[in-house]
Design a protein. Sequence first.
Length: 234
Amino acid sequence: MHPWTFGWDALVAIGTLSLALVTLGVGIAAVCGNKTAREALEVAQAELQASLLPLLESVPLEYGPHREATAPELIDYTTLGAREPNEWRYRDVVDVRGEADGVFVSVPIRNVGPGMALITGVRPQALSVPDVTWTLGECTRPLIPAGQYARLNFRLSGLREEAYAEVFYADTSGNQHARLRLYIKGERESETAPMGYFVRGTALYTDDGDLAFAISGNERVAAKQPSPIPTNPG
């Protein structure tokens, strides 16, 4: 049969159908392309967010002559009601000062992640074993840049041989919430030596999680303690 036998109406109909099929194909390709683009964008955003992940950790003890070359930092206790205005301490020291009306405890932390850490609306908290309630404290910096240090300062009613400190943080967009727990142990070099305090374990949690997803040092850091103060990222 000659191709023109159908006449113009048939050819127009066939052409219209062909155009519709092409348009549908282009539409499907566009949808698939958009989906692929969206997925690629989501992956890129996730990778970017991960690249900005803050990671708070304890400050390792420094030994040897190079420690003396490390400039000590000024710890100001006046906001906690201390009688002494301030004192110098090395950045790796867990500073404990006993007074008649309480014990001042200052625990150093650092940001070892690539992103800036934002201390969230939940204030840092500390617990001296065998107490059953947490004591609120303060972080010396609301924002901790990558590679920088800060301190968690508390005023406790007393301090025995074990204590815990916790700080809640997120990235600067308010996402990727996490909680750092530190296990602090009192130790003596001899029976007559004064008690020194050291961070002997750290654990990382989601801000409201009960199971640590990373533990370093003494596993007692993840021991069950009274439930932390409810989180409030806002």
